[in-house]
Design a protein around this ligand. Structure first.
Ligand code: MRU
Length: 326
């Protein structure tokens, strides 16, 4: 099963509920845009490229449920802002909505939208594989790669960006091990990255985020590869903690790579203009249902941070490996 796909018989978006992993593998269906927005906000579906596909299929839902072009447009507007930082969501929504506009009726709009949304989903896998081809050339047999968050198949439609590079390298016969940072507060690293790597029999060791300096100082990491939520003109926005790992990698001469499709690029914008999503304080006050901080403590919970190109050895894209000039 892909992370996200269209179910034509049910006219629904089908996705893996990532909030339940690793303890439960469950598929959910969204038949309306508000259900999909809820799935996006609650991180049932997450990761920049998967959000691009979610936005794309969401436009199809809007065409099915709304009874006029204007009503489709209003649903699409809500969908586009469900999460602000990853550029792929608005990329997917805009691309499919523009295709849908070729239709004269909402039924025709749906057909054009579905064709384009499926194209985006197929492209995502193909693009990931190209990223994997280019990126795998950077890895040597025996490398240990540290990664943060989940930039694997669960963050995309079906292969992965950062983890796609590792998958491709292993497919070429290289022995690669992964160190996965747990990625507080929502633990995409411990819950999702380890789950999908173990599923593929890829050796992985879990560490807390605060251990990355110690493991790099001990010489246990050869490369760092992370994904991106948005590549802007001065660097990369990615899951909170990425900047810290980049600083640590640079301090220990460990090459720091970002693997990202061109659909995550927004080179017109500065990181200063991009909204960094701040999430619910409860993510820090509770661990699951367990209270781990005073209820009235002041909480700061940004979901992403910015890493300047100075700290990035290269960005791996479907068109090749780009070494930033700083
Ligand atoms: O908040 P999330 O889980 O949607 O965060 C997005 C991410 O998974 C990452 O930041 C990832 O590294 C980039 S998406 C391939």
């Amino acid at each position: 099963m892909r992370t996200i796909e269209w179910h034509e018989d049910k006219e629904a978006v089908k996705l893996i509920d990532q909030t339940l992993l690793p303890r439960e593998y469950k598929l959910v269906e969204c038949k309306r845009v508000d259900e999909l927005i809820d799935a996006i906000k609650s991180l049932k579906v997450r990761g920049a490229p998967a959000l691009g596909a979610a936005g794309a299929f969401g436009v199809v839902l809007a065409c099915i449920n709304a009874n006029s072009k204007e009503a489709v447009e209003s649903e699409v507007r809500e969908l586009k802002i469900a999460r602000p930082t990853a550029v792929n969501l608005s990329y997917g929504v805009d691309r499919v909505f523009n295709a849908a506009l070729r239709g004269k009726t909402t039924a025709e709009m749906k057909l054009y939208a579905l064709e384009e949304a499926n194209r985006i989903a197929e492209e995502d896998i193909a693009v990931n594989k190209k990223i994997g081809e280019y990126g795998s050339e950077l890895l040597k047999d025996g490398d240990v790669v540290l990664t943060h968050c989940n930039a694997g198949r669960l963050a995309c439609v079906g292969w992965g960006t950062a983890l796609g590079v590792i998958r491709t390298a292993i497919g070429k016969g290289k022995r690669i091990e992964v160190i996965a940072c747990e990625t507080r507060p929502l633990n995409q690293g411990s819950r999702l990255t380890t789950w999908e790597l173990l599923h593929d029999n890829i050796p992985v060791t879990l560490i807390t985020d605060s251990m990355s300096a110690a493991v790099m100082r001990a010489g246990r990491v050869n490369k760092v590869i992370v994904g991106a939520d948005r590549v802007v003109k001065e660097g990369v926005l990615n899951k909170i903690g990425t900047y810290m790992h980049a600083l640590v990698a640079n301090a220990h001469n460990v090459p720091f790579y970002v693997a990202a499709p061109l659909s995550s690029f927004d080179m017109e914008s500065s990181y200063k203009e991009i909204e960094i999503e701040e999430r619910n304080p409860e993510e820090l006050i509770y661990f699951g249902s367990e209270q781990i901080a005073p209820l009235d403590v002041n909480v700061y919970n940004p979901a992403f941070d910015f890493t300047p190109f100075e700290l990035i050895e290269a960005v791996i894209t479907e068109n090749g490996v780009v070494h930033p000039v700083t």
